[in-house]
Structure formats: C-alpha cells, structure tokens
Design a protein around this ligand. Structure first.
Ligand SMILES: Cc1cc2nc3c(=O)[nH]c(=O)nc-3n(C[C@H](O)[C@H](O)[C@H](O)COP(=O)(O)O)c2cc1C
Length: 191
C-alpha cells in the first residue's frame, strides 16, 4: 500500500472545491493501492514562507514548518485538488510547495483542477508543471472539472456523473502505476 495524501488547495472558507477533494479522498479510500489522508490547506494554515534557510537544507525554525515537513515526508504520493484563480494555481498551493524540498522529491502527484468556467482550470495545471519539476514531484494523469459551483448537492456533497468518476479513477490508477514503477526502480537500484 502507498500512503496517498489528497491535498485540497483552496483556503477559502466556502471553497466550492472542498467537496470535490472529499469525494476524491473517498474514491482513493476504496482503491486497494492506497492508505489515504485528506489534507486541507485551509486547516493547515501555513503563513507565507518565512524560514531563514533554503528549504533544501531541511533546517527549519518554525514549528508549523516542522509539522508540514513531517506530514509531507510521511506521504508516498499525492493528488492535488486545485482551484484556478486568474488563470493560475492558488497562492496557498505554491506557498505550501515552497516550504519544503526533499520531502517532495520523486513522489508521484495526480492533478485535479477545477474552476467556474469551461476550462476546469486546465491552464493552472500547465502553470504548475515547472514548479513541480523544480521540487522533483512527478506529475501523473490530470483531470479538469468545469462549472465547479454547480456540482454540489444540498448537503454540500460533490455530484459526479459516471464519466467524471471514471476519469477520477483514471487519475488514481495513474498515481498507483507511478508508485509501482518507483518501487520497481528502487528494487533494481538496491538489487
Ligand atoms: C481570486 C479568484 C480568481 C478566479 N479566477 C478564475 C478564472 O480565472 N477562471 C475561472 O474559470 N474561474 C475563476 N474563479 C472562479 C473559481 O474557479 C471558483 O470560484 C472556484 O470555486 C474557486 O475555488 P474554491 O471555491 O475552492 O476556492 C476565480 C475565483 C477567485 C476567488
């Protein structure tokens, strides 16, 4: 089993994407490959990056950084569930990534974007790719969900049509495949 962290990347109190992240985490819990944790950046509440040393040193002064480092270090892989703001990814997601370095290295990440508009936030995923490359995160499959504000039921649960559910499973499967490849590679290197 791989420890998968689903990261909800909006810090807005009434995030329309939070039910989507919760739904993705539920799907992941049904997936035999994953032991799943949902992390909501609105609850993590990281301040703007304020560490004196470069993250690659792993030398942290603040307790919130040490806690964030321990959380991300414990994960094997991720799915980022990310809003698009003004054509890009959320500042909270960039800040959460910038805090750390080694903790992200070589770990697969599935990317699920969303937006009000018809793009479903696909441009935000493209904007994120060079950032992921810098910290060594390995992008797996992606999915973009348009019209996010119209996808909740009256109890705030995410409503997914069968095709979307199939696509979300595809993202999880791609992360599972990347984990398998990573384990095979590590086995080869050790052997
Ligand atoms: C600051 C800001 C910028 C936005 N920019 C876009 C945009 O460029 N394209 C789009 O389709 N929707 C845009 N939206 C709408 C968001 O995609 C939509 O409100 C979504 O629910 C935001 O995610 P959240 O509620 O989980 O924070 C923007 C919303 C905010 C708050």
């Amino acid at each position: 089993m791989s420890r998968l962290y689903v990261v909800s990347a909006s810090t807005r109190p009434a995030s329309a994407g939070r039910p989507l992240a919760q739904w993705v985490a539920e799907l992941a819990r049904e997936h035999q490959e994953f032991e799943t944790t949902l992390i909501d950046l609105a609850e993590v509440r990281l301040p703007f990056h304020e560490e004196p040393e470069h993250p690659s040193t792993g030398s942290y002064v603040h307790q919130h950084t040490k806690d964030w480092s321990a959380a991300i270090d414990a994960a094997d892989c991720f799915v980022f569930v990310m809003p698009m703001y003004n054509g890009g990814f959320s500042a909270a997601l960039k800040n959460a990534i910038d805090y750390l370095y080694k903790e992200w290295q070589s770990k697969p990440v599935g990317l699920i974007s969303y937006s009000s508009g018809t793009s479903g936030g696909a441009p935000a995923i493209e904007m994120l790719r060079p950032v992921l490359a810098r910290v060594g995160l390995r992008p797996a499959a992606t999915l973009s969900v348009p019209g996010i504000e119209h996808r909740g039921d009256t109890e705030g649960r995410f409503l997914a049509e069968p095709l979307l559910a199939q696509q979300a499973h595809g993202v999880l499967d791609s992360v599972a495949d990347a984990m398998e490849e990573r384990r095979a590679l590590e086995g080869t290197l050790q052997g």
